[in-house]
Design a protein around this ligand. Structure first.
Ligand code: HEM
Length: 367
């Protein structure tokens, strides 16, 4: 066979990959059997992380233009789907490691210190590229997450913080969405009226219900008043800005409004792909959280309440990241503002035709 032709081994550089498993326990009288599994599983993760980064970077590039073509949206959705499929594999993979007993792990655990998954540069790049901001990160032993990285790794991660994130580019795309305000139509106003009508109607039903005591009527009306003030947060510029400043909202009011519009009118042909896109972002966040949860349980199972090899409070730190390190939660939280289809206002004809696909049958008819 010609020397220059690719072979399976050469193409995949298997010499490098398959010679990269050096057990630290080789120094012991008897190397620990399960350390091989421990190394390989982490390496497999890192390969999947590399693929995920490759996908996210390409999506950011597609989005980072003024005019995202509809055909691009389909490609973006497929890539987001791919990321989510990989994430599901990474969650399943945790079970393989569960076949190692805590005692087996303890045999080589001390040799690993202070190395920890906490130093995974690619994991941090994924979080940063998706849109996790430093100000929203949990402090680790009161220190920045980058303090535990080598100088070289720190630079890579910090450089990545400077670029546009997936959340940033999706937000700008949503802010540019047409349809929301035309000469004859104001989505904001119409939506608000529908919501108030719906809530007024519900409140009237409560008031007229002869089977409710005065106390439970007051209780239920209070609940409705809370729902109403929740909606008002969305309409009120100043209140919304406060939410943004406090970090409890991540995307602008304008972008939120577009999300809501897409969610409410997702059946309109032109909004179907954007709706799928938003759903995929929510899926990615959920899968990341599922991974965090499975990994936290794994840590608990293996080390109980001991500290991690990286020095964190172990399980308790990992559990907190599930609540704090969400990225696309604004999208999932907006489902609280969805109203039933029957209560939706009918879109003006002109807008409805802009949202539809129309096939041109002229040529066919002329034949
Ligand atoms: C025996 C198995 C494992 C145990 C006991 C374990 C334990 C821990 C602990 C306690 C932490 C917190 C930081 C620290 O103090 O070290 C951590 C962080 C981390 N581990 Fe693991 N881990 C295990 C397997 C894995 C695997 C297979 C991966 C795959 C890449 C992984 C990736 C990570 C990552 C990315 C973090 C940082 C998480 C964050 O800060 O949100 N770990 N691990």
């Amino acid at each position: 066979m010609s020397k220059n032709k690719p072979t399976y081994n050469k193409y995949l550089q298997l010499n490098k990959i398959l010679n990269g498993q050096k057990r630290l326990s080789n120094v012991l009288k008897e190397p620990i059997h399960d350390e091989m599994l421990f190394i390989i599983i982490h390496q497999v993760y890192e390969l999947w992380f590399k693929q995920i980064i490759h996908e996210i970077q390409s999506i950011i590039k597609y989005f980072n233009v003024n005019d995202v073509k509809e055909t691009r949206i389909n490609t973006i959705v497929s890539r987001l789907e791919r990321i989510n499929d990989i994430q599901k594999i990474t969650i399943d993979q945790i079970h393989v490691l569960e076949s190692m007993t805590p005692m087996d792990f303890l045999e080589f655990r001390d040799l690993l210190s202070p190395a920890s998954g906490f130093q995974s540069v690619q994991f941090r790049i994924i979080e940063n590229l998706l849109g996790l901001k430093r100000k929203n990160r949990l402090k680790f032993s009161k220190q920045e997450y980058t303090s535990f990285l080598s100088d070289g790794d720190k630079k890579i991660v910090e450089d990545c913080e400077k670029g546009k994130t997936l959340l940033d580019v999706v937000e700008s795309w949503l802010e540019r969405m047409p349809f929301l305000k035309t000469k004859t139509f104001n989505f904001w106003k119409s939506y608000k009226n529908s919501v108030y009508r719906m809530l007024d109607n519900d409140m009237q039903i409560i008031k007229d219900n002869p089977n409710l005591s005065d106390l439970s009527k007051t209780d239920q009306i209070n609940t409705y008043n809370n729902i109403l003030s929740d909606y008002e947060l969305l309409f009120d510029d100043k209140k919304y800005k406060k939410l943004l400043d406090s970090g409890s909202r991540k995307i602008s009011q304008k972008a939120s409004l577009s999300v809501l519009f897409i969610m409410l009118y997702r059946d309109e042909p032109i909004l179907q792909s954007p709706y799928r896109l938003l759903t995929k972002l929510i899926d990615i966040d959920h899968s990341l959280n599922n991974w965090r949860y499975s990994h936290a349980l794994l840590a608990k199972r293996m080390i109980g309440s001991k500290i991690g090899t990286g020095g964190s409070s172990g399980y308790s730190y990992l559990k907190k990241t599930m609540e704090k390190h969400n990225i696309f939660d604004d999208f999932s939280n907006l489902t609280s503002y969805i109203i039933p289809k029957s209560k939706l206002f009918i879109l003006p004809d002109q807008l409805k035709s802009q949202l539809g696909y129309y096939f041109n049958n002229k040529e066919k008819n002329e034949k």
